[in-house]
Design a protein around this ligand. Sequence first.
Ligand SMILES: Cc1cc2nc3c(=O)[nH]c(=O)nc-3n(C[C@H](O)[C@H](O)[C@H](O)COP(=O)(O)OP(=O)(O)OC[C@H]3O[C@@H](n4cnc5c(N)ncnc54)[C@H](O)[C@@H]3O)c2cc1C
Length: 391
Amino acid sequence: MNTDLIFDNTEVAFSLKSDSELERAYFLFKMISIEPLVRIGTAATNFAIKAHLPIEGLIRFTVFDHFCGGVNEDDCLSVVDNMYEKGVSSVLDYSVEGKESEDEFDSAKDKILKIIDFAKEIDAIPIAVFKPTGFGRLSLYEKVSKKEALTEKETKEWQSVINRFDEVCKKSKENDVAILIDSEESWIQDAIDDLVTQMMKKYNTEKPIVYNTFQMYRHDRLAFLLKEHKKAKEGNYFLGYKLVRGAYLEKENDRAKEKGYPSPCCASKALTDENFNKGLNYMIDNLDSMSLFAGTHNEDSSYLLMQMMSDKGLLNNDPRVWFGQLYGMSDHISFNLADKGYNVAKYIPFGPVKDVMPYLIRRAEENTSVAGQTGRELALLKKEKKRRKTL
Ligand SMILES: Cc1cc2nc3c(=O)[nH]c(=O)nc-3n(C[C@H](O)[C@H](O)[C@H](O)COP(=O)(O)OP(=O)(O)OC[C@H]3O[C@@H](n4cnc5c(N)ncnc54)[C@H](O)[C@@H]3O)c2cc1C
């Protein structure tokens, strides 16, 4: 297969960006490449929001508009349509975080049900997603993960979490829409894994509908994948997995250190990369019983996955393999993959500005010069600006 550096094509990558949008993206990445600025900006923004200072407008027209599709799902539709014209699908991601009440969890669940209905009608939205902590309290997941006894009230609360998962997965099956379940902190993941496995058993009987997420920075995930595969073969159901590297590395390592247990994460970036790529390999070798959504901005892993597909003689658009990136990042991967006919979807986060702040802060931190993504985004934007000027 000829994959030769297709991601270098900035004309395809930024075909949806006007000159002024290109300038704005360049300015934004330049700003968040300055690590102290992100640190100070994050603290100042958190303070300003808590103090009800009028900074929403500023956030809206800078980071928010770059990384989010809008405040509600309807706002996102123009982005969804535009991207689909270039072959890139969308996953509408209700990115409100940090909620604690039953009413808020029910309303998040209703939002996801609405998106699954959207997805049934709109070809550009083939997949839905939700975050477990959108459906229940983090401390409750933690207690269930530790297998601690629940009070009567907590038992009821946990049953409501199960019901929310079930309602959403059932609707996904009825509408034939794949549902991705995000993963978060390792100390709540056991409860989620058990629950998602139950959902897979129930709803993945004909094909993968329900997808769990494996954070491959966890050194135990490859062995877990093999174990889950064995169970699925015995139980006669399909598996769906989103593979990611994992977004909470610092938090995981800090907590492990503070509480004095070994970190669940790989000891180096190279080990995480190796684990992630081995996960891809295993899944590509076993597509008869599982489907893969590779959520990554890593060029090497993306090229490797293309190569693996080619080596197996798979079509670029094999329905069992999806590539995924986040809106506002790595357009050079998404749009160039779509241009070559691969299945690609971008998560489009949406929600009220103040509620998506934790998401935006994670993106800003991930894009500082320290994390190393920004250099690449900046270089590509610069290359495209130059190309357009010389036309
Ligand atoms: C579509 C999509 C969905 C996602 N869903 C989730 C999700 O459900 N849950 C979640 O946690 N994240 C999720 N993420 C984020 C993801 O986990 C990564 O944080 C992000 O994509 C960066 O990793 P990368 O593969 O793009 O590549 P890279 O930029 O090459 O890798 C960066 C990652 O490598 C790992 N890493 C970095 N340094 C070290 C080190 N010293 N030791 C060990 N590991 C290291 C970390 O995981 C870090 O995030 C998602 C990302 C995408 C694109």
